[in-house]
Design a protein around this ligand. Structure first.
Ligand code: EPU
Length: 416
């Protein structure tokens, strides 16, 4: 298992190009199942989760070619509408094939994802929505079986806002008979990016970017070309690293508008931020100030940035209260940050972080994707050497993070 070795050595300085968004690329790749024509994609990040999705799609009979950040898909030969346990257990986002499969092929057999490190994460809303659209669904031997001659348009109000749930139902609705209304829809930029691709494929969707998506089903979708939007969480992670190390970093290839709340919190922490249409510059001249926040659905503060801001708060001046409202168990990084000297007390779903003047390097363990990112940030500011074990979590969602950080002056290397 690979590890990352980091020597804390002062400010990050330079430029970083932001990759395409993992959480946009995954549903977009699954959207390839909706058509028999060719989908041509750019800015697809080179990640473990993208590799897993391509493997899953190929196993169903999809033709998929990957050349750097370019991917072409052709779904003409898809003949096995199934997602096996072996792949779903390694990547929960595999559930995103359920909607497209039942919409185009009238049936699907998808392994039920289990719980994971950050919470139970049920998929009941995906199932409830498809049932409302006329699918017959049974759960047998750990698999979701869905059948429908043709899905029918319906009004679906999800009990909570769910990102992949919205994406699954949106994809299903594009090929349903009649009008579907998705109320309480997720408004994350990644949902919008998927919707924009679907429109290019011939889908009829209104309300894109709002919490009410209205879809008129069509008989078939055709081929299209699309470039995946920038990864706002990767961008936010590098900005936190720059702020924590008192650095001066310019990010390229990302619009500041998808990061509003994150940029506001960084300004509150004392960072000077400038931005243009597709770049963001952050300069931190003095020790950051603590910033309190609660995670919530877009456009509020993202749960996927909670751990990274906890690392930043660990070395800030003051006391921060961080409340996690999306996932019930997303504080696994607290114990590991504490090993580096952070002062964090957890009370229910709130972490109280008292900033300390310095952290000290230690051996720590990555527990999930964003937890790993918080340990990298802490390692960059800790005195001495930090070794992070189990970084396969990091590789799932960050495109060559150690190369990008080395290029702006970090002393970080991968040990096989
Ligand atoms: N939920 C249910 N039932 C459902 C669906 C969701 O109870 O049927 C609950 C979840 O358990 C959770 C809340 O609703 O408590 C919100 O979950 P959501 O469905 O929005 O999460 P997700 O779609 O599984 C996506 C991202 C996550 C990100 C969350 C929240 C992808 C592939 N994953 O997950 O990304 O944290 O939205 O924004 O888009 C990550 O990238 O590190 C990551 C975990």
């Amino acid at each position: 298992m690979d590890k990352l070795e980091i020597q804390g050595n002062g400010p990050l300085r330079g430029e970083i190009r932001v990759s395409g968004a993992k959480n946009a690329a995954l549903p977009i790749l699954c959207a390839g199942l909706l058509s028999a024509d060719t989908i041509s994609l750019d800015n697809v990040p080179r990640l473990q989760d993208v590799g897993t999705t391509l493997k899953l799609l190929r196993q169903m009979g999809m033709k998929a070619e990957q050349d750097g950040t370019h991917v072409t898909l052709n779904g003409a030969g898809v003949d096995l509408p199934e997602a096996p346990y072996e792949l779903v257990k390694t990547m929960r986002a595999s559930i995103l094939v359920l909607g497209p499969l039942v919409a185009r092929f009238g049936q699907a057999r998808v392994s039920l994802p289990g719980g994971c490190a950050i919470g139970a994460r049920p998929v009941d809303q995906h199932i409830k929505g498809l049932q409302a659209m006329g699918a017959e669904i049974s759960i047998e031997h750990g698999f979701i079986h869905a059948r429908a001659k043709r899905l029918k348009g319906a009004r679906v109000v999800t009990d909570m806002i769910t990102v992949t749930g919205t994406e699954n139902l949106l994809m299903a609705a594009t090929l349903a008979d009649g009008e579907t209304v998705l109320e309480n829809a997720a408004r994350e930029p990644e949902v919008t990016d998927l919707a924009n691709l679907l429109v290019k494929m011939g889908a009829r969707i209104e309300g894109i970017g709002t919490d009410r998506l209205v879809i008129q089903g069509v008989d078939r979708l055709h081929g299209a070309s699309h470039a995946v939007i920038a990864d706002r969480i990767e961008a936010g992670t590098f900005l936190c690293a720059a702020a924590a190390t008192l650095g001066d970093v310019v990010l390229r290839g990302v619009s500041p508008h998808i990061l509003d709340t994150v940029l506001d919190k960084l300004r509150e922490a004392g960072a000077a931020i400038e931005a243009g249409e597709d770049w963001i510059r952050l300069k931190m001249a003095q020790r950051p100030q603590s910033v309190s926040f609660r995670t919530s659905e877009y456009p509020a503060f993202p749960t996927d940035m909670q751990a990274q801001f906890m690392a930043l708060n660990s070395v800030a001046g003051g006391v921060a209260r961080i409340t996690e409202t999306i996932f019930e168990n997303r504080f696994m990084h607290v114990q590991e940050l504490s090993r580096l000297g952070a002062d964090i007390a957890v009370e229910g779903n709130t972490a109280v972080v008292t900033g300390v003047p310095r952290l000290s390097g230690a051996k720590v363990m990555a527990t999930d994707l964003r937890a790993s990112a918080s340990l990298v940030i802490a390692g960059l500011v800790a005195e001495g050497e930090t070794v992070i074990d189990r970084i396969y979590h990091l590789d799932r969602g960050y495109d060559r993070m150690e190369d990008k950080l080395s290029a702006v002056g970090a002393k970080i290397r991968r040990i096989a």
